[in-house]
Write a protein that binds this ligand. Structure first.
Ligand code: DQA
Length: 146
């Protein structure tokens, strides 16, 4: 079964409580519970990780990439400046999709740039939690082409 890593960066553990008008009212556990169900239907295995620490995210990617087929990542604020996470994604040679709940292009200027997006297959922004499901659907589709 294809194994997909789903990684969330800083402050995304506060989903549901944090700026609900921007990020919605679902908690990360609510979203992940639905993703488990969806992954089962798509015959994918999912492995979740959330951390507020850049190093912990990089260590997780190094450790898990070898046994995994894809990465869905919402790097949170690291999106905008973490060359270290970008280099980790390049280094582990995995197909990655960047997801953002909000439309980063309709917000403050400092959110308009992603240093991660150029090393991803694509990125999905502005669809709320639905973005994670769109990314999962992509990995289910590419599986059919294997
Ligand atoms: C975010 C967008 C980032 O700019 C912000 O720092 C986040 C959440 C999103 O999902 O919309 O923490 O990644």
């Amino acid at each position: 079964m294809r194994r997909i890593l789903i990684v969330n960066g800083p402050n995304l553990n506060l989903l549901g409580k944090r700026e609900p008008e921007v990020y919605g009212t679902d908690s990360l556990d609510d979203i992940n519970d639905r993703l488990i169900q969806c992954a089962e239907d798509l015959k994918l295995q999912v492995e979740f990780f959330q951390s507020n620490s850049e190093g912990a995210i990089i260590d997780f990617l190094h450790k898990e990439a070898g046994q995994s087929h894809g990465l869905i990542i919402n790097p949170g604020a690291f999106t905008h400046y973490s060359i270290a996470i970008r280099d980790a994604i390049v280094g582990i040679d995995i197909e990655a999709i960047e997801v953002h709940l909000s439309n980063i292009y309709s917000r403050e200027d400092f959110r308009h740039k992603s240093v991660i997006a150029p090393v991803c297959r694509g990125h999905i922004v502005g669809f709320g939690a639905e973005g994670y499901f769109m990314a999962l659907a992509h990995f289910a589709e590419t599986k059919k082409e294997d």
